[in-house]
Design a protein around this ligand. Sequence first.
Ligand SMILES: [Zn+2]
Length: 263
Amino acid sequence: MLKPTICLLFPLLLKLASTAQIISNTPILTHKQVPILCYHQIRNWKAKDRQIDKDYIIPPAAFRAQMKMLADSGYHTILPDELYDYLITGKTLPSKPVMITFDDTNEDQYAVARPELAKYHFKAVYFIVTGHIGTHKWYMDHEQIKQLSDEGNMIGCHTLSHGNFKNLKGAAWETEVSLPKKQLEEITGKPVNYFAFPYGYWNVKGLPELYKRGFKAAFQLDQPRDLKYPIMTIRRIVACGYWNPETLDHHIKHDFGHPLKQL
Ligand SMILES: [Zn+2]
């Protein structure tokens, strides 16, 4: 009699377990989302740049105007540790919080963005592709990354080779996720607890690997968060190169939804 009962109960237990997990995530899901901006290249457009490229390439003057708008409007930059404490324990954030993130290790993030952010005492997150470090003048080297970290910015992991997270399996978890984390910890002398998905691509199946490999939270782009793993699917928006400061302000105010609403 016992066996069939367990068989009957099993799907129910599974459902209860997953409901319990979602309930335990409720504090994370009920907090208002913090606007998080994602930047890539900061340079003037070239004739060959297509419209779609311009999402990811912001001219320096436009970047400066966006940063000035944030400062003039009273936004305060926060870093992932503050966001984590807010989401997990409800710790208070400064008024008008925003997070600025940079992906892919581009050197202009050091040369152009760094002095601009310093003007306003803004801090940012730099998600580094370790396979890019120092390989070309387009990319930052070890010293630049160390300096950004020493100056109070956060260094995060963006894999070894910018591969698609959905395709990671077997030994690739070690080479693409664990080893880059370790390498960045050696460069900065600090723990590297945060991860950004290349291209914003992620799948639920891979998310437990991030916990297993010591990450506290992960950042995607603008898909709805996963209800079971909201902390591993934190949303960001790409701040497009052709947005004027007012457009950026509009997106900050409207793209990060309300409690329990996914978008
Ligand atoms: Zn990237």
